[in-house]
Write a protein that binds this ligand. Sequence first.
Ligand code: SF4
Length: 350
Amino acid sequence: MEISDRLVDWYGTHKRDLPWRNSADPYIIWISEIILQQTRVAQGMSYFLHFTKRFPDVQSLANAHEDDVLKYWQGLGYYSRARNLHAAARQIIELYDGRFPTEYKEVLSLKGVGEYTASAIVSFVWNQPYPVVDGNVFRVLSRLFALGTPIDTSKGKKEYTELAASVMNPEKAGLHNQAIMEFGALQCVPQNPDCGVCPLQDKCAGFATGTPQSFPVKQNKTKTRNRYFHYLHILYEGKTWLNRRSGNDIWKGLYELPLIETEMPADFTRLQQTTAFRRLFGDAGKLSISIELSGIKHVLSHQILYASFYKIEIGNKAPALDSYLEIPDNNIGNYAVPRLVQLYLAEMLR
Ligand code: SF4
């Protein structure tokens, strides 16, 4: 337990004062953990405050409309997190009468809650002995033990979870988990770990190798996919049109301008030749077109989007637009849109 004790000591002196750390409310811990997945604390903080002000408890979140929840999430990315929070709040109302479940397995069964989040909630709030294993913990453990097993494999996940449990002091599970995560975030950081002043230096096999930053090891088999998006800001008599994304793809539930996606990069001449463009504008009369933004590169976790935005004033309201949502153009800011579309809208307002 010596590693755990040293981590907890270090935490007592170095921890950041973050709003969710002053709470023993599982709802608050849950929201903070979901926001902080894939998001830095500096960016997530204002979202957390904003979100919990509007949805202060399970009931208010469950009663909200999904569009409202997504609007409060706008800009954070990974929107399935927000949809899952909303669905899980409704699950808690239906299955647990609105009271946050206290058993690990019950928490784990909530929509969007994985092992990491379930462990964080039950250990932080009720000190239950479940180890957390997130990116920070992988890094700290891989360095402490100079482990070569790739972390992005099922063998690696199993090994690290066992190791995380073995270094945790079960009597201080909540403190230990928060300490090791904070230690990874502030001290044992990815590029330049602060080994010179590290309380675990004498125990660290990674430090002994001379290249602790070479841990953790990744197999990295994930391929990145390139996609080419052409957004059409269509205008007619003060109206514009939006699409609500659905299906099994990015940004489900968010709104966007009508989109044509091409397999390969396409300039406007090529775009006009596509069936989708002809279908949309075949009956739209005279078009007045301006290219507003082009060649925007937008990087997601496993996809790189290359996007262009065109403003197109049409001479007639084409029937093909009936499949989109028609709104007054000056109301466009009321809809939850992906960050990429937000960039364009911000540019338009300048
Ligand atoms: S000695 Fe360096 S690599 Fe090892 S735990 Fe400390 S900060 Fe991380």
